[in-house]
Design a protein around this ligand. Structure first.
Ligand code: UTP
Length: 475
């Protein structure tokens, strides 16, 4: 039975110039043949060949693709009484949406975490300075605290990848989902790795080298899994999107939600001011009235360096990957081949593979391409969008690398600085160095407060107040 089907499949692969996938077929044991057959059968060759053609053709990089660009406009921090009035109005609108159960949280927790070099899912990483809570626990507590504050229930969607899925589910199981009741896991799709010539790379004689299809794969995953329909049926209107590696994010942010609603946005984003021209963050830009994020590597250097008359970077709006997405907006991408509108990004990678004889090899230099979709590429499809300035210190400190910039160490220090700054704002005497870092570990639970405003309100009522010293946990 499989022989006949395999013959047909091999013919199809041959027609698409990918016959090498079956090079070792004849000598594979039957169970490995079944494995390869199943994997190869699941690839949509037509779709794939189109993607490969685009990827290896002369398609200009995104920075050039848009033509002329200008910096995107953004809403600055409130700075006057009128701004504060608008801020209060937005909060009231946002709070009502949350109370009405119209907002769900959405975390992308797939990917490969190559830069961090961790085998386990990133979400399991112990990320807080004192209690060493996992990233998943931090977000769970933020969501639970919003549920309690707004007397509502908040659905939490977590996107995993083939690599992170089982371990993530086990972790939540072991921890009783940290008390969050409505969690939905959805596994993202995969893409085969290809050579620069567009040939599918084999991981072994019986396995195609696959990798997750990028955070933009979430669009497909939400549709295919039925979650989008479920959200719609439940009357959920807005997804509050954030990535697993940024524990500073306010998962459910009434001000952001309120501004999104007031502006009738379909997709909204939070930005932080870039620190220096070649900081490795994408930048919000505008071209022909549409908003784009241009990756740091695609923003021409001369534009990255441009300054205004006060010496500030012109292209300063750094992408924090914190967005609000209308369910109805995402729905338009459901079940459609969106690859021509939202191109796959190509990354050169070193991919474990096999040699001519079928023996495993681990190349030291990049030998192939990974194809990923990025969620921010749907921004230009939004009829209305709003970008809000955020304070970096209280919103953005991603864990990307093992050491150095954007690492676990810098993120823990940023958390400590933030906690210390809230205590200082409450007139608590806490020693800090010139960078605002206290000399010892403390921690404030998101169940107590996840932002300065709420912290100050709660702290004021706290009686007696704890003495702040090394090891103090406020919950
Ligand atoms: P990154 O771009 O940092 O990718 O993801 P990564 O896979 O975590 O790490 P590297 O690039 O291999 O070092 C940003 C966010 O998007 C999610 C990640 O979990 C992280 O929250 N992501 C990324 C996915 O969910 N799926 C993907 O395919 C890629």
């Amino acid at each position: 039975m499989i022989d006949k089907q395999a013959k047909e499949l091999r013919l199809q692969y041959c027609n698409y110039g990918q016959e090498h996938v079956f090079k070792f077929w004849e000598i594979l044991p039957s169970e490995k043949q079944v494995q390869l057959f199943q994997q190869a059968k699941n690839l949509d060759l037509d779709y794939l060949s189109k993607i490969i053609r685009n990827a290896i053709s002369e398609t200009p990089p995104p920075g050039k693709r848009f033509g002329s660009i200008i910096p995107a406009k953004f809403v600055r921090f409130p700075n006057s009484e009128t701004d504060w009035q608008k801020w209060r109005e937005a909060i009231a609108i946002g709070e009502q949406k949350i109370r009405d159960g119209k907002v769900a949280a959405f975390t992308t927790a797939g990917g490969e975490g190559t830069r961090l070099g961790c085998i386990a899912p990133k979400g399991i990483l112990s990320a807080t300075p004192l209690k060493k809570k996992s990233l998943f626990q931090v977000f769970a507590e933020k969501i639970k605290s919003a549920e309690r504050n707004y007397e509502t229930s908040i659905h939490w969607i977590i996107m995993t990848s083939e690599r992170t899925h089982n371990e993530t589910i086990e972790f939540f199981g072991k921890n009783n989902s940290f008390g969050v009741e409505n969690i939905h896991f959805v596994k993202q799709g995969q893409m085969p790795a290809i050579t620069c010539e567009g040939k599918i790379i084999m991981e072994s004689t019986s396995r195609i080298a696959m990798h997750p299809d990028g955070h933009g794969g979430s669009l497909k995953a939400l549709g295919k899994s039925g979650l989008l329909t479920m959200l719609e049926n439940m009357g959920i209107e807005i997804l509050s999107y954030f990535q697993i590696d940024n524990p500073l994010v306010r998962c459910i942010d009434p001000y952001f939600i309120g501004m999104h609603v007031k502006n009738q946005s379909q997709m909204s984003s939070r930005m932080v001011k870039k620190l220096y021209p070649d900081e490795k963050v994408g930048v919000f830009c505008e071209s022909k009235g549409k908003i784009y994020v241009i990756e740091y590597s695609d923003l021409p250097k001369e534009q990255a360096m441009l300054k205004d008359q006060d010496g500030n970077l012109m292209f300063c709006a750094g992408n924090t990957a914190i967005h609000l997405l209308d369910v109805q907006f995402i729905k338009q991408f459901n079940g459609k081949d969106i690859s021509s509108e939202i191109p796959y990004h190509i990354a050169q990678k070193t991919i474990s593979t096999i040699n001519e004889l079928g023996d495993p090899i681990n190349p030291q230099v990049s030998n192939g391409l990974k194809l990923e979709m990025f969620l921010f590429d749907i921004l230009p499809f939004a009829e209305r969008t709003i970008i809000l300035e955020s304070e970096r210190a209280s919103n953005f400190s991603p864990i990307k690398h093992l050491e150095g910039m954007d690492s676990l160490k810098t993120c823990m220090q940023d958390q400590l600085r933030l906690f210390a700054s809230w205590l200082l704002a409450a007139a608590v005497d806490i020693p800090t160095d010139s960078n605002g870092l206290p000399p010892f570990d403390i921690e404030i639970s998101p169940m107590f407060a996840d932002n300065k405003h709420d912290f100050l309100k709660k702290w004021e009522k706290l009686d007696p107040k704890p003495t702040i010293a090394a090891g103090q946990y406020i919950e």
